[in-house]
Write a protein that binds this ligand. Structure first.
Ligand code: N01
Length: 573
């Protein structure tokens, strides 16, 4: 049975390593942060639980995993024209091995690996108010002391295994899409069950169906998915992009999702029903997010506009799926786009195959998982393999599981019990010197992730340098700034249809999780806001002068001490 929780065992011992900052996570965010902070002269080390770099792209090896947004050549780091010139993407929606290979290439090209420690989980991180530093213990039993704790722990990294009765009793193979094994998984000749029809399920299901003897899809909420229309990348586009990269980069920075998608200002009510139908058809054929973002400006804010597009997609489902009863079960009824919009490569078509069965859990609820299959009200579905495509405790989950302890030893899980308050999605009051990349309340999952990581890491680097230049020991948001930020994030979300739907954006997929929209919807305005905050001397944050107990380290690597402080010593390179 898939094991999602990590259980570190070694006892902390040995000398204490000193750094300016440690970064937790070697995914898209952590890799860039390491590069950037190192270049700024900070001593930094990255700790990563996986056996390789890549974060979510290292773990998500399930069949069919690929970028399901406007992909190449824009889902990449933008800061280096060399990288843009050197890396050849094959498809418009690169598959997981390609994205992972790209991130590995970046790690090598920028010589990042020497400062990354793999297969090392952070098992404790607590802020020492006297020393103004974080004291950290790893699963390998190491002790680290650093001024800044940079959490690049991923937004979709805390895999969620639902508490279905009997889930640990299944005797066959069982895998979670977010913790897929390194070795090849064969479906040949097997009766496979997939629970979950979000992005991961919708990508995996057509691939598994091609190999398996039989596939049973357990669907709780039917979803709208739009054809991704993945295709080989046009060499002419690549040439143009490479030649005009600075201008394209500026365009990406200025666009609402950090992606080159045409955003229309036209409202659905400005067109007739026939005109809307014709536009939807054109954008459906184009594929990808165009249907959602380039059709009408009010799709995500106006119920009627949304209904017209939703009905169009429901029509496509009825057209595609031959068995009307199956088609009916696949028809979604929430506001389109308010759960993460899915893109697929032949999802609805898969239900025309003879070896695929759809179980609608809303009319035939799941009762339990048995050693040999899944029991629903109408009977038992015998299975050799179970795939849990059940998603993540998104955006906050990995931070809460890390559970750093801030002022007074209070853990983040306690602080965030009823609401995930942050300031700018970067800082948290009572957690001095803890800085997040893609934290809750930043655009994170609603913005091009590599580009967002660059922009946030740059802000973090500037902030650290502000402290260094002024001999400051600590920075932390005020509770007022945090509360105002929370209201701003909520107000942006409340102006849309997002809060009307149960989604992981709202925390609704995790029992007991506060219902709260997880991201700032401002896009480029967000990045403008955080720059303004910095320009105004980090308005909304408070600083502490450095106390004597603080240890200053210089560029180039850790200091080792056998007590927790070494006042006045600075590291040699
Ligand atoms: O997870 P999800 P995901 N019984 O939470 C169902 C990103 N991503 O891994 O909708 C039965 O979306 C649940 O049902 P319901 C992307 O941002 C990116 O698919 O809650 N079913 C749902 O169908 C995405 O949005 C890429 O009713 C249960 C499914 O499991 C995010 O990751 C690829 C259940 C979970 O869907 C998460 O996607 C993949 C239960 N007890 C993912 N519990 C790329 O860009 C849950 N479900 C490559």
């Amino acid at each position: 049975m898939v094991n999602i929780q990590q259980s570190p065992t070694a006892t902390a011992q040995g000398p204490i390593k000193q750094y300016d900052a440690i970064i937790i996570g070697a995914g898209v965010g952590g890799l860039y942060a390491l590069h950037h902070l190192r270049k700024m002269g900070f001593s930094v080390r990255v700790y990563e639980g996986a056996a390789g770099v890549g974060g979510t792209w290292w773990w998500n090896r399930y069949p069919g995993a690929r970028v399901d947004g406007p992909g190449s050549p824009f889902y990449c780091y933008t800061f280096s024209e060399d990288l843009v010139r050197e890396w050849d993407w094959a498809d418009t929606q690169p598959d997981q091995p390609s994205v992972l290979a790209y991130l590995e290439y970046v790690a090598d090209r920028l010589d990042l690996r020497r400062d990354i420690q793999l297969e090392t989980w952070i098992r404790d991180a607590r802020y020492d108010e006297e020393k103004q530093r974080w004291l950290v213990e790893t699963s390998a039993g190491e002790r680290i002391c650093c001024q800044f704790l940079i959490c690049a722990v991923g937004t979709l990294s805390a895999a969620y295994k639902p508490n279905i009765p009997g889930i640990d009793d299944f005797a066959g193979e069982c895998y979670h899409t977010g913790r897929w094994p390194q070795e090849t998984v064969s479906f040949v000749g097997k009766r496979v069950g997939v629970i979950g029809t979000g992005s991961s399920g919708v990508q995996a299901i057509p691939e598994i169906a091609r190999e398996a003897a039989h596939l049973t899809v357990f669907q709780r909420t039917p979803q709208y998915t739009i054809p991704a229309r993945n295709r080989p990348l046009d060499p002419e586009l690549v040439r143009q992009v490479r030649e005009n990269w600075p201008a394209i980069r500026a365009q990406l920075n200025a666009s609402p999702a950090g992606m080159p998608i045409e955003i229309t200002k036209r409202l659905a009510s400005e067109d007739t029903a026939e005109q809307r139908q014709a536009l939807y058809e054109e954008l459906w054929q184009k594929g990808g997010f165009h249907l959602l973002f380039s059709s009408y400006a009010d799709i995500l804010t106006d119920k009627e506009a949304n209904r017209s597009l939703a009905e169009f997609v429901r029509g496509k489902i009825r057209e595609t799926v031959r068995d009307p009863k199956t088609a009916e079960k696949l028809l979604p009824d929430y506001y389109l786009g308010t759960k993460r919009q899915l893109l697929d490569n032949g999802y609805y078509e898969t239900f025309n195959r003879d070896n695929v069965t759809l179980v609608d859990l809303r009319e035939d609820p799941m009762q339990k998982i048995t050693p040999t299959g899944v029991r629903t009200t109408t009977g038992e579905h015998q299975l050799d393999m179970l795939v849990l495509a059940t998603g993540y405790d998104a955006v906050t989950g990995a931070l809460v599981r890390l559970n750093p302890k801030g002022r007074g030893g209070v853990g983040l899980s306690e602080k965030w019990r009823t609401r995930f308050n942050t300031y700018l999605g970067i800082g948290i009051s009572d957690f001095p010197n803890l800085l997040m990349i893609h934290g809750p309340g930043s655009p994170s999952v609603l913005f091009n992730m590599p580009l967002g990581a660059e922009l946030e890491s740059t802000w973090i680097g500037d902030c650290m340098s502000y402290l260094r230049e002024r001999g400051l020991g600590a920075i932390e948001p005020t509770p007022d700034a945090e509360q105002n930020w929370d209201q701003e994030v909520a107000a942006l979300a409340n102006a849309t249809l997002y809060p009307l739907t149960d989604s992981w954006y709202m925390g609704a997929n995790i029992p007991g999780k506060p219902r709260q929209f997880c991201a700032h919807l401002g896009g480029p305005l967000y990045f403008q806001r955080i720059s303004e905050v910095a320009a105004q001397g980090y308005e909304g944050f408070v600083f502490e002068q450095k106390r004597d107990g603080g240890v200053t380290t210089a560029t180039g690597g850790p200091q080792e001490t056998d007590s927790e402080t070494a006042p006045g010593r600075s590291a040699s390179i």
